[in-house]
Design a binder for this molecule. Structure first.
Ligand SMILES: [Zn+2]
Ligand SMILES: [Zn+2]
Ligand SMILES: [Zn+2]
Length: 112
């Protein structure tokens, strides 16, 4: 993990949770090789624990020099009819969301 390549360390993303990809708006450029273009995803691991919580982790890596910019964690679980998502990454930021899996839950209108 490296804060030199970021504009903001772990920005608040509200209810945005990315399971893949990168928040390139927060990428200031690779401080090691000055690449400002693309990052690749490496070491992607997807795990499910006994409670049914799914965790996806991967690293954001500079495409040019393999410098590790940030490590990304995404979790997903279903609890009492609600889907809960969260994201924690120094590049993509922190976000969490709770969505009812019932079709007409009134809380949905507040979320979207
Ligand atoms: Zn860096
Ligand atoms: Zn680089
Ligand atoms: Zn990320």
């Amino acid at each position: 993990m490296c804060i030199n390549c970021l504009k903001t360390n772990t920005p608040d993303r509200g209810s945005t949770c990315l399971e893949k990809g990168a928040y390139l708006m927060n990428f200031a450029g690779c401080h090691a090789c000055k690449n400002v273009g693309f990052l690749k995803e490496e070491s992607k691991v997807s795990e499910e624990d006994d409670d049914g919580e799914e965790t996806v982790t991967y690293n954001h890596v500079c495409k040019e020099c393999d410098h590790i910019v940030a490590s990304h964690e995404y979790t997903f679980s279903v609890d009492d009819g609600f889907q809960e998502y969260s994201m924690n990454c120094t590049l993509c930021g922190y976000g969490s969301a709770t969505v009812s899996i019932l079709p007409d839950d009134p809380r949905e209108k507040q979320l979207f």
